[in-house]
Ligand binder design. Structure first.
Ligand code: GAF
Length: 412
């Protein structure tokens, strides 16, 4: 039989211990504490966030851990940012004065971490230098928000050690999320929409986060799959996924251009009833703008699917959400064109093996897919997906089980 790779989440105490051990090794000292933040999977509402739409993520039990202390020393040393990753054995400590953390000046993963300090300072918070070591069990580049997990873990750490007090309530967490989004957009250079950071900071264990990206308001919707005898299987296709390449930005630009042509602030303003008329008005010279029409149709129908999904959850009908997941995937594949052969393969094989519904999750172009399955058939569905990948000659996928877990906070 084929071996199935499961990516287990670390127990928080174990994650904290790893981060502390790595901190001692790199800095020869004790950190002030350990903070952590989760990756996420989005249940539905994809590529809606930057359109002022709705999305519905849950936090994963998989987290990024940051052991951190305020910079020691005086004068210019007090403003030094020093970063290391436990995953880069033998690599040096990345070091920069905080004042040099600026758009276009930081490359690679340190941009996500240092960028948060830059964004908080830009908000007028007094943030100084710091030493930090990160370690993570969130699969990297898998569309599960490893970058948001890193930003949000650093955000709650800085909030704590510099006494900002923002993590104490949801309004403050929304401001931390906004800082993390600016770090990602302006320092890391990924033009993402904000769902991931909001989820990592503002979701709740046992709940899905209904996020309204028009005004950043949230509702915590009870989400207890186990009580319904169900589970959420996450499949990391290990197909390449990068948000800093041009495809994600191109989708966002197309939506913004369509909104401008339709004379609305965001596509959120186009209701499903008004969709046929709006589509008819999207033209390219005297030709119908076919591609743009499909992009807009995805966004408008996807926002409506989030509302239907939440209505089913509110009515205690989680078993009935499968067709909405399937329709979301079809729309992302055919209208928005952000799926990938590996994602389509997960969705088809999981459904054939009895999943109630399945769809890609996150930005797409690779990354991960989710399948809603009976608890008793997790292994059988995973085996069927692994077999389908093998038959297609794809790299073997990795599997996770998602339970709606806790947001960012102090761990030790
Ligand atoms: C990525 C982005 F980071 C999010 O902002 C969101 O747009 C998502 O893709 C698609 O729904 O995760």
């Amino acid at each position: 039989a084929r071996t199935i790779t499961w990516v287990d989440a670390w127990e928080p105490a174990a994650g904290a211990e790893r981060a502390v051990a790595a901190f001692r090794e790199r800095f020869g000292a004790e950190p002030d504490g350990v903070w952590s933040a989760p990756g996420r999977v989005n249940l539905i509402g994809e590529h809606t966030d930057y359109n002022g739409g709705l999305c519905l993520p849950i936090d994963l039990p998989h987290r990024t851990y940051v052991a951190l202390r305020r910079a020691q020393g005086e004068g210019s040393d007090a403003t030094l940012v020093r970063l290391a990753s436990a995953q880069e054995q033998g690599a040096g400590v990345w070091t920069s004065p905080l004042a040099d953390v600026l758009p276009g000046r930081v490359q690679g993963w340190p941009s996500y971490a240092a960028g948060v300090a830059w964004a908080l300072a830009g908000d007028g918070h007094v943030v100084g230098g710091f030493d930090a070591v990160v370690d993570s069990c969130v699969p990297y580049g898998a569309g599960l928000s490893s970058s948001a997990a890193l930003e949000c873990a650093v955000a709650v750490a800085l909030d704590d050690v510099f006494g900002l007090g923002l993590a104490a309530d949801d309004a403050g967490r929304a401001r931390l999320a906004a800082a993390c989004i600016r770090a990602e957009n302006d320092i890391a250079g990924a033009p993402t929409g904000g769902m991931d950071q909001s989820s990592s900071l503002r979701a709740r264990s046992g709940h899905a986060l209904l996020l309204d990206c028009l005004d950043q308001s949230v509702r915590h919707v009870p989400f207890d799959l186990a009580a319904a005898g169900l589970a959420l299987l996450v499949v990391d296709t290990r197909a390449e996924h990068a948000l800093v390449d041009g495809q994600y930005a191109a989708r966002r630009t197309a939506c913004e251009a369509a909104a401008a042509q339709l004379g609305v602030g965001t596509l959120r303003e186009i209701t499903p009833d008004a969709l046929p008329d709006a589509l008819a008005r999207l033209t390219d010279g005297d030709q119908p703008a076919e591609v743009t029409r499909r992009r807009v149709r995805h966004v408008v129908t996807e926002i409506a699917r989030v509302q239907e999904f939440v209505a089913l959850l509110d009515a205690g009908r989680v078993r009935d959400v499968g067709p909405l997941m399937d329709a979301s995937h079809a729309s992302l594949r055919d209208d928005y064109e952000v799926s990938a052969p590996e994602l389509d393969r997960v969705v088809e094989s999981a459904r054939s093996a009895g999943a109630l519904g399945a769809r890609m999750t996150g930005g797409g172009f690779g990354g991960s897919a989710i399948a809603l399955v009976e608890v008793g058939s997790i292994d059988a569905v995973a085996a069927a997906v692994a077999r389908a990948f093998d038959e297609a000659g794809f790299t073997p996928p990795a599997f996770l089980v998602a339970e709606a877990s806790a947001p960012a906070g102090r761990t030790a």
